[in-house]
Structure formats: structure tokens, C-alpha cells
Design a protein around this ligand. Structure first.
Ligand SMILES: C[S@@+](CC[C@H](N)C(=O)[O-])C[C@H]1O[C@@H](n2cnc3c(N)ncnc32)[C@H](O)[C@@H]1O
Length: 235
């Protein structure tokens, strides 16, 4: 498959099938650190909006709402909208307390230009058919100066950790996740998408080409995941 050709129908179907077990599987496979990573993004949003300030936040590819729910908790005065094109995942998000959800394709968001103060996306951009297109849509719906935060897996820089991580990703994870969800192929797909997805400077360059300024990359847990933040141009 060419670098950016994640098939949307495959992605939607794969997440619909694992929606019931997605949250638990994630926590087991990451040994719980995924929760801390999302909390860090939610804190960045809170610091950007300012404590106690109302604001409008969009979580793109929200899935079961994990990141949107953390943001809702940390920013109780903000209105947090979770958007995803997979309704079974959104149903879980609503059941877990996410107040606003919208069925929407990230590449064609049903929101007005500049409607949001902050846009987040956790483990979602990597699954899109067009990464630049997804980022440009996020830029369009952000107000000038608004904050973007992208959380996703990346490959560690250190050679030894990279080798261990790759062995886990391609050998251990599909087996464990396959046993937990019955969908081993969805987790073989996961390892492939992580290998193809840009990280570090490559991702910062893509963000800068897509309507943002001042991109910053923060490596998490030795670089197995990263948070990228940037400001919508024109602020
Ligand atoms: C790995 S889950 C991430 C869920 C959540 N953000 C989290 O932090 O766990 C990826 C989600 O991206 C969604 N997704 C992928 N491509 C999308 C697109 N083009 N438009 C909307 N949602 C998309 C999938 O349906 C899935 O729910």
C-alpha cells in the first residue's frame, strides 16, 4: 500500500468490530501509559484555554472518547465535541459520558471555518487516508492562533529501544491483541501504520505545510509516542 493509502472502509470496519474491547485492550497493551499520554494533551489544552475559561474544543477521530473525556474533565467550562466516522465507537464514547458527539469524516468536517479554539487528535491522524488533508481540515476549523495537538505513536530514536519496540509491535502485540479481540489482522495493520507514519521533524514539517506555525514535537516514553503541538497560522 502507498504511504498514505489507509483505506477508510477498512479502518471504519476494523474499529466497528473492536469497539467493545478497544479501551481495555489499549490499556493492557500499553500497560496503562496511554492514559497518562492523553492526560498530558488535556493539560496542554487546559493551559492554552486558561483555567476556568470557556472555549470550544474539537477532538477529531475521537473513537471511544478517551482523549475528549480527559479534556472534558480538565476543562469543565469548555464545550468538547468528539467527531468520528465510526458510529459504534461514538456510541461507546456517549455511554462513557462524552456530552457532544458528531458522526463526521475528518477529511470533510461539518464545522464552520474558525469555529474551535483548540483541536486535538489522538491515534487518529495515522489512520486517515490523507494526513495533510486531515491537518488542513483541522486548521480550517480552528480560529487563527488556535491550538492543535496531535498525539500518536512514533518510533524511538535509540537503536536498541527501536529494535525492542519493533519486535513488540510486529510479533508480540498482534498475538496478544488478537487473543483479546479476535481481530489479529487489525493489530498487524497497526504496526504497519506506525512504520509508515512520519515522526519528529518529519511530522513537524507536515504540520507546518498544512496551515500551522511553530510546530513542536515532544517525545513520550522514550519516543514510542509523541505529542505535536502548533498554532493555527494567522493568529
Ligand atoms: C485508534 S482510534 C483512536 C481513538 C481515540 N482518539 C483514542 O485516543 O483512543 C482511531 C479512530 O480514528 C477514527 N478515524 C480514522 N479515520 C477517520 C476519518 N477519516 N474520519 C473520522 N474518524 C476517523 C476511527 O474510526 C477510530 O475511531
Amino acid at each position: 500500500m502507498p504511504a498514505q493509502m489507509q483505506d477508510p472502509e477498512y479502518v471504519k470496519g476494523a474499529f466497528a468490530e473492536i469497539a467493545d474491547r478497544y479501551v481495555v485492550t489499549n490499556h493492557v497493551l500499553s500497560m496503562g501509559v496511554d492514559v497518562l499520554w492523553r492526560r498530558r494533551v488535556a493539560s496542554m489544552v487546559r493551559d492554552f484555554l486558561g483555567r476556568g475559561r470557556a472555549g470550544r474544543v474539537l477532538d477529531v477521530a475521537t473513537g471511544t472518547g478517551d482523549l475528549a473525556l480527559e479534556t472534558q474533565k480538565k476543562c469543565p467550562d469548555a464545550s468538547v465535541v468528539g467527531a468520528d466516522f465510526c458510529e459504534p465507537m461514538l456510541e461507546k464514547a456517549r455511554g462513557r459520558g462524552l456530552r457532544e458527539t458528531v458522526v463526521a469524516d475528518a477529511l470533510d468536517l461539518p464545522f464552520a471555518d474558525g469555529e474551535f479554539d483548540a483541536v486535538t487528535v489522538g491515534f487518529g491522524l495515522r489512520n486517515m487516508a490523507d494526513w495533510g488533508g486531515g491537518l488542513r481540515e483541522m486548521s480550517r476549523v480552528l480560529r487563527p492562533g488556535g491550538m492543535l495537538a496531535v498525539l500518536d505513536f512514533s518510533l524511538p530514536r535509540g537503536r536498541l529501544l527501536r529494535r525492542v519496540y519493533r519486535a513488540y509491535l510486529h510479533r508480540v502485540l498482534p498475538r496478544m491483541a488478537g487473543a483479546m479481540t479476535g481481530k489479529r489482522d487489525a493489530y498487524e495493520y497497526l504496526g504497519g501504520t506506525i512504520e509508515r507514519f512520519p515522526s519528529g521533524e518529519g511530522m513537524c514539517a507536515l504540520i507546518a505545510e498544512s496551515g500551522f506555525v511553530d510546530p513542536v514535537a515532544r517525545a513520550l516514553s522514550g519516543g514510542i509516542a509523541s505529542i505535536y503541538s502548533a498554532a493555527r497560522a494567522g493568529g
